[in-house]
Design a protein around this ligand. Structure first.
Ligand code: SAM
Ligand code: SF4
Ligand code: SF4
Length: 354
């Protein structure tokens, strides 16, 4: 458990880490469970019936999440993304969203409150999520071809099921809607063009993500990474693209617009073009550990503070000290001896959230 710091740091909304990066985004994992077994995230051979998923009592309660979120917002967080595992598996998630939707930044602005989902339960839940105050959603979809999609999720879910969820989210006004596709060379790179064609002109922003070496169970191999530059070239061959300005310095995706006005795509090049220099993200695991990097091997146990009677001032001060000491930049170091050392014990993405 992080010690209560001797020097108390009250929130100023302007924290910076050792590389002068502010704290702006918080990703909260609300469950470590998932109904999919995506081959690159929760391979069935590892996440089987004997896998030690967390017991319910280990999870942060909605009250605990809200309390921590409020402290992070006081420190400068403007965007909260709920993730997992599959966040829509967490019972009554709308009740958590209702609580988080009441938070505002120190200067009174509403938060950007979003969620990443595999989409399988979205058709049923989109309206309730919107009514609870969710701003928008990101849906993961790796292929339109059903046989391939089923091979990738390894749990028998159809692409049409996810597409119905996307349509329901659009109808509910959860906009702008983004779709994330993880590209694995030799597995689903043949789906790049069909996906681009499908979502072009639909108002959905399709983003291609380089396959990453998260966790230690997906057997990652550089040969299976298709660099974003190649994705852009493949799309541009059929649909001419023009580069677009980033919305903000901390944006992870590079944006490209269809020259004919049919909307835009994005590429997230975590492997070939590290964006650690602008990384303003903290991650809260399902059991309340604060991780400073997707590739971190250890977290700071805020749940222990919550459950041992620490005051808001104690916890806020601990968060400030932890963030001020942050020097993580794994993707920039990837391939170096330092990164290999750092990466040997990294946690699974389904545990700390994408
Ligand atoms: N279950 C939800 C979903 O799939 O959208 C939320 C959690 S998932 C861990 C968040 C995101 O991480 C998804 O878009 C997923 O595709 C992505 N992801 C998981 N493993 C990845 C990997 N090895 N490389 C790149 N992205 C990955
Ligand atoms: Fe589940 Fe999302 Fe991981 Fe796929 S990427 S196994 S849907 S948590
Ligand atoms: Fe941020 Fe870590 Fe990813 Fe770099 S490797 S962008 S520091 S999460």
């Amino acid at each position: 458990m992080p010690a209560v710091p001797a020097v108390t740091l009250a929130p100023t909304g302007a924290l910076a880490d050792t590389l002068a990066r502010p704290l702006r985004d918080l990703r909260i994992s609300v469950t470590d469970r998932c109904n999919f077994r995506c081959v690159y995230c929760m391979p069935r051979a590892v996440f089987d019936k004997d896998y030690p998923f967390l017991p319910h009592a280990a999870l942060l309660s909605f009250e605990e999440i809200e309390r921590l979120a409020r402290l992070f917002v006081a420190h400068g967080v403007e965007k909260i993304r709920l993730t997992g595992g599959e966040p829509l598996l967490r019972k009554n998630l709308e009740h958590l969203i209702e609580r988080l939707a009441t938070l505002t930044t120190p200067d009174g602005r509403p938060l950007d409150l979003t969620l990443t989902t595999n989409g399988s339960l979205l058709e049923r839940k989109a309206r309730a999520l919107k009514d609870a105050g969710l701003t928008r959603v990101t849906v993961s979809l790796d292929a339109l071809d059903d046989a391939l999609f089923q091979r990738m999720n390894d749990a028998g879910y159809s692409a049409s099921n996810v597409l119905d969820g996307i349509a329901a989210a659009q109808a509910a006004g959860l906009a702008p809607l983004k779709v994330n596709m993880v590209v694995k060379r030799g597995t689903n790179d043949g789906e790049i063009l069909p996906m681009a064609r499908h979502f072009k002109g639909s108002g959905v922003v399709l983003r291609f993500i380089e396959y990453m070496d998260v966790g230690t169970s997906n057997g990652w191999n550089m040969a299976e990474v298709l660099p974003s530059a190649e994705v852009v070239a493949r799309v541009a061959e059929h649909f001419p693209l023009v580069p677009l300005e980033a919305h903000s310095a901390a944006e992870t995706a590079q944006r490209w617009g269809y020259a004919d006005g049919g909307g835009e795509i994005g590429v997230i090049s975590s492997v070939t073009r590290a964006f650690c220099g602008a990384c303003t993200r903290a991650r809260l695991s399902t059991e309340g550990k604060l991780y400073l990097c997707l590739f971190a091997s250890a977290g700071h146990d805020l749940r222990a503070m919550l459950r041992s009677g620490a005051t808001d001032a104690d916890i806020a001060s601990a968060i400030a000290h932890i963030w001020q000491a942050r020097d993580d930049r794994y993707s920039q170091l990837r391939g170096s001896a330092a990164a290999q050392e750092l990466g040997a014990h990294r946690v699974e993405m389904s545990y700390i959230g994408g």
